[in-house]
Design a protein around this ligand. Sequence first.
Ligand SMILES: NC(=O)c1ccc[n+]([C@@H]2O[C@H](COP(=O)([O-])OP(=O)(O)OC[C@H]3O[C@@H](n4cnc5c(N)ncnc54)[C@H](OP(=O)(O)O)[C@@H]3O)[C@@H](O)[C@H]2O)c1
Length: 256
Amino acid sequence: MSDTAVRTAFVTGASSGIGAATARALGACGFAVGLGARRTERLEEVVKDVERAGGRAFCAVLDVRDAGSVDAFFDAAEAALGPANVVVSNAGIGFARLLGEYTQAELRTELDTNLLGPMLVARRAAPGMAERGAGDLIFVSSLNAVAPRTFQACYSATKAGLETFVRVLQMEMEGSGVRASVVRPGPTGSEFGADYGAERTRRVLESWRYWGGMRELRWMEAERVADAIVTVAMTPRGTHLDVVQVVPVGTRKGPL
Ligand SMILES: NC(=O)c1ccc[n+]([C@@H]2O[C@H](COP(=O)([O-])OP(=O)(O)OC[C@H]3O[C@@H](n4cnc5c(N)ncnc54)[C@H](OP(=O)(O)O)[C@@H]3O)[C@@H](O)[C@H]2O)c1
């Protein structure tokens, strides 16, 4: 398949933040975009944004924790737009809890959304891509995968596990024409963490600063992570941006 034929992309977690920005960016690059998440009214707003900019988009409800929902989303998006050349597995969730504060249900929600979900998405998307001889599976990880943080023990473990999963997928897909890639963002402005509350946010940031997890209190725009995801998707065949870390540039000169 030629690079110019890459024209349909599905994005999970496209109702806000990085996923919504990625759907808009892919739409602006000429991709027909299939958007999935649980909040369909928010997805419809992003579909309108893509269409207002002259693009084509479709949305359907998706809960990545449920294989039946993943399969139904792919069936509907494929019927509307055709099979995806690019799938961005972006849906994710993160609580700010010390381990003892978690309920089992919260641990399960983080594990199922951030680790099982991408596996179910890849399991549904990869065989068709391999049959067609080309495709991109792009997984949104986190800096936490390599620099784990307090208050995010489970979240950090899910992202480290996700990157291990993608490494194995890369090996299993080699020679098929399917590239599996990790995009690993640092702190990004989105709805992620918006529900922590002021006191919890203060404690968490103080702890992260102590452990070296947040040297500067700065966030990137979600659009900057979307730029990286589009770059990975648009990289000419023959080259593979297999792991791309995106962080805000440091602004202070440190002691040298
Ligand atoms: N913000 C950061 O600082 C940061 C840094 C590194 C990595 N990340 C990663 O970036 C990704 C996107 O997060 P964000 O920052 O853009 O946060 P966000 O604004 O909260 O977006 C999260 C998205 O995931 C979706 N989602 C959550 N659970 C889902 C489920 N079960 N099924 C389908 N969709 C689900 C949400 O949609 P619904 O609620 O409508 O389902 C939403 O669209 C996540 O994987 C996150 O771990 C974020």
